[in-house]
Design a binder for this molecule. Structure first.
Ligand code: FE
Ligand code: FE
Length: 290
């Protein structure tokens, strides 16, 4: 199957000036040493674009929306691509911000994976670093920013107030559905996160793509890397099971690299490519279904 990589650049439509503005916001929010109270000072007036992005996200991520997107994407019927093809495809997502200070999407992936590699973490974790944001190609399939990035959270049960800008859930139609508003909602106590429908985004999508190939620790890192309410704030413990609790530590380990690997020197793709060719071949078939 041939993969056509568009020659034109595509930018993600939405209130963020660039997709990475959300990542930068998260990084600022969790800057090391910052307290929960300082985290709370973020408000709409300080960051209108980011606030508007969260409003759209919190109002749009309904149970119906999530089930429909899972049906649309989790069947992996968008074609076969190698990892390099997927990465180059993602790189066509170009934001109109300062090209001197901003990393390309591939550079963010490589900075994350190289930081993991420098710490002598297992090879599957280095690979996970490279893969973790490839799901942002959802933007190139026409999904809005708010359906691709943003902190994730369970749908179909009460929203935790540990979710940033949780006041915007007031405008979510699920607010009017009593069955979705109780503590457990549509779930059983401690049913395990694998039985929970998360708000739709790049995390869930890449985890689905990699499910046949990667160890469970990696799948947790992929699926839940933006589930800050859980891994940073301890929310939703009533839905988690023993496996989730065992995996939490890996998700937290991974999060350090995702958040804080920026700022290192720009990775040299040409020099690194042979290492990654070998790494991809160790765990993945040449082409995977997207
Ligand atoms: Fe991400
Ligand atoms: Fe990332």
């Amino acid at each position: 199957m041939s993969t056509s990589i568009p020659s034109t650049t595509t930018s993600a439509a939405g209130p963020l000036t660039e997709l990475d503005q959300w990542d930068d916001f998260i990084e600022g929010r969790y800057r090391e040493g910052k307290s929960e109270t300082e985290f709370r000072i973020y408000d709409a007036s300080a960051m209108p674009g980011v606030a508007e992005f969260y409003r759209l996200n919190h109002e749009g991520q309904t149970v119906d929306y999530v089930l429909q997107k899972e049906k649309e994407y989790f069947g992996l019927n968008k074609g076969m691509k190698t990892i390099w093809e997927a990465a180059e495809f993602l790189n066509t997502l170009v934001d109109d911000s300062d090209p001197d200070t901003d990393l390309t999407q591939i550079e963010h992936l490589l900075q994350t994976s190289e930081a993991i590699r420098r710490d002598n973490r297992p090879r599957w974790m280095v690979l996970t670093g490279f893969l973790h944001d490839l799901g942002k190609c959802l933007c190139l399939y026409g999904e809005p920013q708010w359906g691709v990035v943003g902190d994730t959270f369970p749908v179909g049960c009460a929203w935790s107030d540990a979710i940033v800008f949780s006041e915007y859930f007031a405008g979510n139609p699920d607010k009017q559905v009593p069955a979705y508003q109780s503590k457990y909602g549509i779930y059983e106590p401690n049913c395990g996160l694998e039985n929970v429908h998360m708000s739709f985004g790049h995390d869930g999508y890449i985890a689905e793509v990699m499910k046949p190939y990667m160890p469970i620790e990696a799948l947790y890192m992929l699926r839940f890397h933006s589930f800050y309410p859980w891994h940073r704030h301890g929310a939703y413990a009533h839905l988690t099971n023993e496996q989730d609790r065992a995996m939490l530590d890996w998700v937290l380990k991974f999060n350090q690299y995702d958040l804080y690997s920026k700022g290192h020197a720009k990775p040299d793709l040409k020099q690194l490519k042979p290492y990654y060719d070998e790494l991809f071949a160790e765990f993945l078939p040449e082409r995977v279904a997207w």
